[in-house]
Design a protein around this ligand. Structure first.
Ligand code: TRP
Length: 338
Protein backbone atom coordinates (compact mmCIF):
# COMPACT_ATOMS: atom_id res chain seq x y z
CA UNK A 1 0.00 0.00 0.00
CA UNK A 2 1.15 3.51 -0.74
CA UNK A 3 2.60 5.49 2.15
CA UNK A 4 0.15 8.35 1.60
CA UNK A 5 -2.88 6.09 2.00
CA UNK A 6 -5.60 7.97 3.90
CA UNK A 7 -5.68 7.91 7.68
CA UNK A 8 -9.35 6.83 7.92
CA UNK A 9 -9.20 3.10 8.58
CA UNK A 10 -12.91 2.37 8.40
CA UNK A 11 -13.81 0.13 5.45
CA UNK A 12 -14.81 2.07 2.37
CA UNK A 13 -18.35 2.11 1.03
CA UNK A 14 -18.92 3.56 -2.42
CA UNK A 15 -21.94 4.02 -4.62
CA UNK A 16 -23.12 6.23 -7.42
CA UNK A 17 -26.13 7.28 -9.43
CA UNK A 18 -26.22 8.36 -13.06
CA UNK A 19 -27.54 11.86 -13.76
CA UNK A 20 -29.98 10.57 -16.35
CA UNK A 21 -33.68 11.24 -15.92
CA UNK A 22 -34.82 12.61 -12.56
CA UNK A 23 -34.41 11.11 -9.10
CA UNK A 24 -37.42 9.07 -7.98
CA UNK A 25 -38.74 7.78 -4.67
CA UNK A 26 -37.13 4.50 -5.79
CA UNK A 27 -33.69 6.16 -5.69
CA UNK A 28 -34.50 7.74 -2.34
CA UNK A 29 -36.20 4.88 -0.49
CA UNK A 30 -34.16 2.14 -2.17
CA UNK A 31 -30.74 3.79 -2.17
CA UNK A 32 -29.96 7.28 -0.87
CA UNK A 33 -31.86 6.98 2.41
CA UNK A 34 -30.13 3.69 3.18
CA UNK A 35 -26.78 5.36 2.58
CA UNK A 36 -27.38 7.90 5.36
CA UNK A 37 -26.55 5.81 8.45
CA UNK A 38 -23.57 4.02 6.86
CA UNK A 39 -21.06 6.74 7.73
CA UNK A 40 -21.19 5.60 11.36
CA UNK A 41 -19.23 2.46 10.42
CA UNK A 42 -17.80 3.14 6.99
CA UNK A 43 -15.76 5.73 5.14
CA UNK A 44 -18.55 6.54 2.69
CA UNK A 45 -18.11 7.82 -0.86
CA UNK A 46 -21.07 8.80 -3.02
CA UNK A 47 -20.72 10.14 -6.48
CA UNK A 48 -22.56 11.44 -9.43
CA UNK A 49 -21.43 9.26 -12.33
CA UNK A 50 -21.53 11.78 -15.13
CA UNK A 51 -18.95 9.92 -17.27
CA UNK A 52 -21.25 6.91 -17.31
CA UNK A 53 -24.20 9.03 -18.39
CA UNK A 54 -22.62 10.12 -21.70
CA UNK A 55 -22.87 6.59 -23.12
CA UNK A 56 -26.43 7.68 -23.95
CA UNK A 57 -26.98 11.00 -25.75
CA UNK A 58 -28.38 13.93 -23.80
CA UNK A 59 -28.52 17.68 -24.44
CA UNK A 60 -25.54 19.28 -22.56
CA UNK A 61 -27.61 22.15 -21.13
CA UNK A 62 -30.11 19.68 -19.77
CA UNK A 63 -27.31 17.50 -18.43
CA UNK A 64 -25.77 20.44 -16.56
CA UNK A 65 -29.12 21.27 -14.98
CA UNK A 66 -29.66 17.62 -14.01
CA UNK A 67 -26.22 17.38 -12.43
CA UNK A 68 -26.81 20.40 -10.19
CA UNK A 69 -30.27 19.08 -9.39
CA UNK A 70 -28.90 15.67 -8.40
CA UNK A 71 -26.21 17.10 -6.16
CA UNK A 72 -28.67 19.48 -4.50
CA UNK A 73 -31.00 16.51 -3.96
CA UNK A 74 -28.22 14.38 -2.46
CA UNK A 75 -27.73 17.15 0.09
CA UNK A 76 -31.46 17.72 0.55
CA UNK A 77 -31.92 14.00 1.25
CA UNK A 78 -29.55 14.41 4.18
CA UNK A 79 -26.14 13.40 2.83
CA UNK A 80 -23.81 15.56 4.89
CA UNK A 81 -20.63 16.57 3.02
CA UNK A 82 -18.75 16.71 6.32
CA UNK A 83 -19.48 13.05 6.98
CA UNK A 84 -19.44 11.64 3.44
CA UNK A 85 -17.19 12.20 0.45
CA UNK A 86 -19.57 13.62 -2.16
CA UNK A 87 -18.13 14.13 -5.60
CA UNK A 88 -18.56 14.12 -9.33
CA UNK A 89 -16.87 11.36 -11.30
CA UNK A 90 -15.49 13.65 -14.01
CA UNK A 91 -13.69 15.74 -11.35
CA UNK A 92 -11.41 12.78 -10.64
CA UNK A 93 -9.37 11.95 -13.76
CA UNK A 94 -8.21 8.65 -12.24
CA UNK A 95 -11.58 7.05 -13.15
CA UNK A 96 -10.80 7.34 -16.84
CA UNK A 97 -7.17 6.37 -16.27
CA UNK A 98 -7.96 3.19 -14.39
CA UNK A 99 -10.79 2.29 -16.76
CA UNK A 100 -8.25 2.03 -19.61
CA UNK A 101 -6.01 -0.26 -17.61
CA UNK A 102 -8.95 -2.45 -16.60
CA UNK A 103 -10.18 -2.60 -20.20
CA UNK A 104 -7.03 -4.58 -20.88
CA UNK A 105 -7.99 -7.04 -18.13
CA UNK A 106 -11.58 -7.55 -19.27
CA UNK A 107 -12.64 -9.98 -21.96
CA UNK A 108 -14.83 -9.10 -24.90
CA UNK A 109 -16.97 -12.15 -24.13
CA UNK A 110 -17.54 -11.02 -20.56
CA UNK A 111 -18.81 -7.60 -21.64
CA UNK A 112 -20.98 -9.18 -24.35
CA UNK A 113 -22.84 -11.13 -21.67
CA UNK A 114 -23.85 -8.08 -19.58
CA UNK A 115 -27.63 -7.90 -19.57
CA UNK A 116 -27.68 -4.12 -19.08
CA UNK A 117 -25.54 -3.72 -22.21
CA UNK A 118 -27.89 -5.95 -24.18
CA UNK A 119 -30.93 -4.01 -22.94
CA UNK A 120 -29.41 -0.59 -23.63
CA UNK A 121 -28.05 -1.66 -27.00
CA UNK A 122 -31.56 -2.78 -27.97
CA UNK A 123 -33.07 0.49 -26.70
CA UNK A 124 -30.49 2.70 -28.40
CA UNK A 125 -29.85 0.64 -31.50
CA UNK A 126 -28.72 3.74 -33.42
CA UNK A 127 -25.87 4.41 -30.97
CA UNK A 128 -24.26 1.23 -29.69
CA UNK A 129 -20.97 2.97 -28.89
CA UNK A 130 -17.84 1.48 -27.33
CA UNK A 131 -18.57 3.43 -24.14
CA UNK A 132 -21.87 1.61 -23.73
CA UNK A 133 -20.02 -1.67 -24.17
CA UNK A 134 -17.19 -0.78 -21.75
CA UNK A 135 -19.53 0.85 -19.20
CA UNK A 136 -19.03 -1.97 -16.63
CA UNK A 137 -15.25 -1.49 -16.81
CA UNK A 138 -15.59 2.17 -15.86
CA UNK A 139 -17.83 1.08 -13.01
CA UNK A 140 -15.16 -1.40 -11.89
CA UNK A 141 -12.65 1.46 -11.95
CA UNK A 142 -15.01 3.60 -9.81
CA UNK A 143 -15.08 0.92 -7.18
CA UNK A 144 -11.50 -0.38 -7.24
CA UNK A 145 -9.97 3.11 -7.16
CA UNK A 146 -11.22 3.65 -3.61
CA UNK A 147 -10.51 0.16 -2.21
CA UNK A 148 -14.25 -0.09 -1.63
CA UNK A 149 -15.22 -3.14 0.42
CA UNK A 150 -18.97 -2.73 0.17
CA UNK A 151 -20.99 -1.40 -2.71
CA UNK A 152 -24.68 -0.71 -2.05
CA UNK A 153 -26.48 -1.36 -5.34
CA UNK A 154 -29.79 -2.76 -6.51
CA UNK A 155 -30.28 -6.18 -8.07
CA UNK A 156 -29.85 -4.79 -11.55
CA UNK A 157 -26.19 -4.01 -10.80
CA UNK A 158 -25.24 -7.39 -9.32
CA UNK A 159 -23.84 -8.65 -12.59
CA UNK A 160 -21.60 -5.57 -12.87
CA UNK A 161 -20.37 -6.12 -9.32
CA UNK A 162 -19.57 -9.75 -10.11
CA UNK A 163 -17.56 -8.61 -13.12
CA UNK A 164 -15.73 -6.05 -10.95
CA UNK A 165 -14.72 -8.87 -8.61
CA UNK A 166 -13.54 -10.99 -11.54
CA UNK A 167 -11.43 -8.14 -12.93
CA UNK A 168 -9.91 -7.37 -9.50
CA UNK A 169 -9.06 -11.02 -8.86
CA UNK A 170 -7.59 -11.44 -12.32
CA UNK A 171 -5.36 -8.38 -11.89
CA UNK A 172 -4.32 -9.50 -8.41
CA UNK A 173 -3.39 -12.95 -9.70
CA UNK A 174 -1.17 -11.44 -12.39
CA UNK A 175 0.40 -8.64 -10.38
CA UNK A 176 0.03 -9.45 -6.68
CA UNK A 177 -2.50 -7.97 -4.24
CA UNK A 178 -3.33 -4.61 -5.79
CA UNK A 179 -7.09 -4.28 -5.46
CA UNK A 180 -9.55 -4.91 -2.66
CA UNK A 181 -12.18 -7.35 -3.96
CA UNK A 182 -15.54 -5.65 -3.23
CA UNK A 183 -18.85 -7.10 -2.09
CA UNK A 184 -22.41 -6.13 -2.87
CA UNK A 185 -24.35 -4.55 -0.02
CA UNK A 186 -28.01 -5.46 -0.43
CA UNK A 187 -30.68 -2.91 0.47
CA UNK A 188 -33.18 -3.83 3.20
CA UNK A 189 -36.25 -5.89 2.30
CA UNK A 190 -39.08 -3.79 0.91
CA UNK A 191 -36.72 -1.05 -0.25
CA UNK A 192 -36.94 -2.12 -3.87
CA UNK A 193 -39.52 0.17 -5.41
CA UNK A 194 -41.20 -0.88 -8.65
CA UNK A 195 -42.97 1.16 -11.32
CA UNK A 196 -46.50 2.37 -10.51
CA UNK A 197 -47.77 1.31 -13.93
CA UNK A 198 -45.42 -1.64 -14.40
CA UNK A 199 -44.99 -3.13 -10.90
CA UNK A 200 -43.10 -6.10 -12.33
CA UNK A 201 -40.13 -3.84 -13.18
CA UNK A 202 -38.01 -1.46 -11.11
CA UNK A 203 -39.16 2.17 -11.00
CA UNK A 204 -36.74 3.81 -13.42
CA UNK A 205 -35.64 7.45 -13.41
CA UNK A 206 -35.19 7.47 -17.19
CA UNK A 207 -36.97 5.93 -20.14
CA UNK A 208 -40.26 5.59 -18.30
CA UNK A 209 -43.63 7.14 -18.78
CA UNK A 210 -44.10 10.08 -16.40
CA UNK A 211 -46.92 8.27 -14.55
CA UNK A 212 -44.75 5.24 -13.74
CA UNK A 213 -42.56 7.06 -11.21
CA UNK A 214 -42.92 9.56 -8.38
CA UNK A 215 -40.09 12.07 -8.72
CA UNK A 216 -38.56 13.65 -5.63
CA UNK A 217 -39.56 17.08 -6.84
CA UNK A 218 -43.15 16.21 -7.79
CA UNK A 219 -45.76 18.47 -6.20
CA UNK A 220 -48.19 16.92 -3.68
CA UNK A 221 -51.14 17.04 -6.12
CA UNK A 222 -49.16 15.23 -8.78
CA UNK A 223 -48.00 12.60 -6.30
CA UNK A 224 -51.58 11.99 -5.22
CA UNK A 225 -52.72 11.66 -8.82
CA UNK A 226 -49.97 9.25 -9.76
CA UNK A 227 -50.58 7.00 -6.77
CA UNK A 228 -54.33 7.07 -7.28
CA UNK A 229 -53.74 5.77 -10.79
CA UNK A 230 -51.21 3.13 -9.81
CA UNK A 231 -51.97 -0.34 -11.17
CA UNK A 232 -53.51 -2.73 -8.62
CA UNK A 233 -55.73 -5.79 -9.19
CA UNK A 234 -59.31 -6.95 -8.91
CA UNK A 235 -59.51 -8.81 -5.61
CA UNK A 236 -59.53 -5.79 -3.30
CA UNK A 237 -57.31 -7.27 -0.59
CA UNK A 238 -54.40 -5.42 0.99
CA UNK A 239 -51.95 -8.30 1.20
CA UNK A 240 -48.23 -8.56 0.43
CA UNK A 241 -47.87 -11.04 -2.43
CA UNK A 242 -45.34 -9.89 -4.98
CA UNK A 243 -46.09 -12.61 -7.46
CA UNK A 244 -49.88 -12.39 -7.61
CA UNK A 245 -50.40 -8.83 -6.39
CA UNK A 246 -47.35 -6.87 -7.58
CA UNK A 247 -49.11 -3.49 -7.67
CA UNK A 248 -50.55 -3.66 -4.15
CA UNK A 249 -47.31 -5.17 -2.81
CA UNK A 250 -45.34 -2.30 -4.31
CA UNK A 251 -47.63 0.29 -2.72
CA UNK A 252 -47.22 -1.56 0.58
CA UNK A 253 -43.43 -1.39 0.18
CA UNK A 254 -43.64 2.33 -0.45
CA UNK A 255 -45.87 2.88 2.57
CA UNK A 256 -43.67 0.69 4.78
CA UNK A 257 -40.55 2.53 3.66
CA UNK A 258 -42.16 5.91 4.39
CA UNK A 259 -43.75 5.13 7.75
CA UNK A 260 -41.55 2.32 9.09
CA UNK A 261 -44.64 0.13 9.56
CA UNK A 262 -44.38 -3.62 8.95
CA UNK A 263 -46.42 -5.34 6.25
CA UNK A 264 -48.47 -7.04 9.00
CA UNK A 265 -49.39 -3.68 10.49
CA UNK A 266 -50.34 -2.31 7.09
CA UNK A 267 -52.50 -5.36 6.33
CA UNK A 268 -54.22 -5.01 9.69
CA UNK A 269 -54.78 -1.27 9.29
CA UNK A 270 -55.97 -1.17 5.69
CA UNK A 271 -57.31 -4.57 4.60
CA UNK A 272 -61.06 -4.39 4.00
CA UNK A 273 -61.01 -0.60 3.61
CA UNK A 274 -60.74 -0.61 -0.17
CA UNK A 275 -57.94 0.46 -2.48
CA UNK A 276 -59.05 4.11 -2.61
CA UNK A 277 -58.57 4.54 1.11
CA UNK A 278 -55.27 2.65 1.05
CA UNK A 279 -53.91 4.67 -1.86
CA UNK A 280 -54.77 7.91 -0.10
CA UNK A 281 -52.71 6.76 2.88
CA UNK A 282 -49.79 5.86 0.61
CA UNK A 283 -49.95 9.24 -1.12
CA UNK A 284 -50.10 11.10 2.21
CA UNK A 285 -47.08 9.16 3.51
CA UNK A 286 -45.04 9.88 0.37
CA UNK A 287 -45.96 13.57 0.44
CA UNK A 288 -45.00 13.83 4.13
CA UNK A 289 -41.71 12.02 3.48
CA UNK A 290 -40.77 14.26 0.57
CA UNK A 291 -41.85 17.55 2.12
CA UNK A 292 -38.67 18.20 4.12
CA UNK A 293 -36.52 17.07 1.17
CA UNK A 294 -38.30 19.47 -1.17
CA UNK A 295 -38.03 22.28 1.34
CA UNK A 296 -34.29 21.82 1.76
CA UNK A 297 -33.87 21.49 -1.98
CA UNK A 298 -35.52 24.85 -2.54
CA UNK A 299 -33.07 26.41 -0.09
CA UNK A 300 -29.97 24.74 -1.56
CA UNK A 301 -30.45 24.59 -5.31
CA UNK A 302 -30.17 28.32 -5.99
CA UNK A 303 -26.64 28.65 -4.64
CA UNK A 304 -24.54 26.99 -7.33
CA UNK A 305 -21.36 28.53 -5.94
CA UNK A 306 -21.94 26.73 -2.63
CA UNK A 307 -22.75 23.46 -4.43
CA UNK A 308 -19.52 23.70 -6.40
CA UNK A 309 -17.59 24.39 -3.21
CA UNK A 310 -18.97 21.15 -1.74
CA UNK A 311 -17.94 19.30 -4.89
CA UNK A 312 -14.45 20.81 -4.97
CA UNK A 313 -13.92 19.65 -1.43
CA UNK A 314 -15.25 16.16 -2.24
CA UNK A 315 -13.08 15.94 -5.36
CA UNK A 316 -9.95 16.88 -3.40
CA UNK A 317 -10.54 14.00 -0.97
CA UNK A 318 -11.46 11.58 -3.75
CA UNK A 319 -8.47 12.59 -5.86
CA UNK A 320 -6.05 11.98 -3.00
CA UNK A 321 -7.27 8.44 -2.52
CA UNK A 322 -7.58 7.69 -6.24
CA UNK A 323 -4.11 8.99 -7.05
CA UNK A 324 -2.60 6.60 -4.50
CA UNK A 325 -4.32 3.67 -6.23
CA UNK A 326 -3.16 4.76 -9.68
CA UNK A 327 0.39 4.93 -8.38
CA UNK A 328 0.09 1.39 -7.01
CA UNK A 329 -1.38 0.11 -10.29
CA UNK A 330 1.27 1.77 -12.45
CA UNK A 331 3.95 0.33 -10.23
CA UNK A 332 2.39 -3.13 -10.48
CA UNK A 333 2.33 -2.81 -14.27
CA UNK A 334 5.98 -1.82 -14.47
CA UNK A 335 5.49 1.78 -15.66
CA UNK A 336 8.31 4.28 -15.02
CA UNK A 337 7.29 6.41 -12.01
CA UNK A 338 6.17 9.90 -13.06
N1 TRP B 1 -24.04 1.50 -12.97
C1 TRP B 1 -24.73 2.04 -11.83
C2 TRP B 1 -26.21 2.15 -12.19
O1 TRP B 1 -26.56 2.25 -13.34
C3 TRP B 1 -24.18 3.38 -11.44
C4 TRP B 1 -22.75 3.28 -11.02
C5 TRP B 1 -21.68 3.67 -11.73
C6 TRP B 1 -22.28 2.76 -9.79
N2 TRP B 1 -20.54 3.44 -11.03
C7 TRP B 1 -20.87 2.88 -9.84
C8 TRP B 1 -22.90 2.18 -8.67
C9 TRP B 1 -20.06 2.44 -8.79
C10 TRP B 1 -22.09 1.75 -7.62
C11 TRP B 1 -20.69 1.88 -7.69
O2 TRP B 1 -27.03 2.18 -11.29
Amino acid sequence: MSSDAPADKRPVVLSGIQPSGRLTIGNYLGAIRNWLPLNADYDTHYMLVDLHAISVRQDPAERLERCYEFIALYLACGLDPDKNVLFVQSHVPAHSQLAWVLNCYTQYGELSRMTQFKDKAAKHADNVNAGLFCYPVLMAADILLYDARKVPVGDDQRQHLELTRTIAQRFNRSHGETFVVPETMTPPIGARIMGLQTPEAKMSKSEDAETNAVYLLDEPKRIERKIKRAVTDMDGAIRFDQENKPGVSNLMSILAACTGDSFETIERDYDGGGYGNFKKAVADAVIATLEPVQQRYAEIRGDEAALREVLRDGAAKANARAAATIERVHHALGFIPA
